[in-house]
Design a binder for this molecule. Structure first.
Ligand code: OAD
Length: 262
């Protein structure tokens, strides 16, 4: 345990009154959910994620883009939250105030027990009409996607019959205003921000840890690799989320470390 976390980081977390846990794709990596860039295999291996995750791509070939997100949604459904997700939910029970702000579009934080994660980039489980923006139910869980994926024509909106689109933020689109405002407010008023599994390269999401640092909060980073957020982190815990986070929570509050899965 000692090599994973420092007593300094554990003491900071254990004393924090208002905590933000800010997560990126690395938080889901050990659940086997392909990161944004790794999700291009099978049918999509010849495409660039930046080319598929755009309004133009959906307009030009809705079946290709909807099929890709359905394939990713089914991959998430097959995945399980790991011990790190459970540790984040445990932080929410220990700290007087704690909130998860995530860039991820999966539902692993929710399935691990986090109460109301703020999704800055939307969610695979919140499709909506591409025209009238009415929420649409995610397709039911029966249709298992073939492993290599397939083109799937999107369902039609029940209100205006326009194609339903994934409820995620595409390149060139603004982040959901309410989520971004809530995230900035929480970052500006926290006394500790834990940033986990993000490269800190994509804005405006990457601004969140920097807002916390500017307002005087302690910033702890969990990432096996250095990132631009090293510059604003008071402590860098160089390890994987599924191992570092349980050790950090155990050291901060004495939680019995869950048995290591696998
Ligand atoms: P990235 O794929 O850019 O970065 C993932 C980070 O996780 C890297 O810094 C890895 O070192 C780290 N990492 C990998 N495995 C890890 C592990 N087991 N534990 C902890 N960290 C680990 O993902 P994001 O930073 O989330 O936006 O990317 C941000 C946004 O870029 C995504 O939300 C997406 C993309 O454009 C949209 O889709 C709008």
């Amino acid at each position: 345990m000692a090599e994973l976390v420092t007593t300094e980081a554990a003491a900071m977390l254990g004393q924090a009154r208002r905590v933000v846990v800010f997560t990126g794709a690395g938080m889901s990596a050990e659940s086997g959910v392909p990161t944004f860039r790794d999700a291009l295999t099978g049918l999509w291996q010849r495409y660039d994620a930046h080319a598929l995750a755009t309004p133009e791509a959906f307009r030009d070939d809705p079946a290709l883009v909807w099929g890709w997100y359905e394939w990713r949604r089914c991959a998430v459904r097959r995945a399980q939250p790991h011990e790190g997700h459970l540790a984040v939910a445990a932080i929410e029970t220990h700290a007087p105030h704690a909130v998860v702000i995530t860039q991820n579009v999966d539902d692993l934080h929710e399935r691990a027990g986090s109460k109301a994660p703020v999704h800055l980039h939307g969610s695979l489980f919140a499709p909506r009409c591409s025209a009238c923006a009415q929420p649409a139910p995610p397709p039911d869980g029966t249709a298992e996607e073939p492993i290599e994926g397939r083109r799937t024509p999107p369902p039609r909106c029940a209100h205006c019959a326009a194609p339903v689109r994934p409820g995620v933020v595409w390149f060139g689109e603004a982040l959901p205003q309410q989520a971004l405002e809530a995230a900035v407010e929480e970052a500006a008023s926290c006394d500790l921000l834990l940033t986990v599994g993000t490269s800190g390269l994509v804005y405006p999401a990457a601004e969140i840890p920097q807002v916390a640092a500017r307002m005087g909060a302690t910033v702890i980073q969990v990432n096996p690799q250095p990132t631009p957020l090293d510059a604003v982190s008071d402590v860098n815990l160089r390890g994987p989320a599924a191992r570092v986070l349980p050790a950090l929570v155990q050291a901060a509050w004495g939680d019995p470390e869950p048995p290591q899965s696998g």
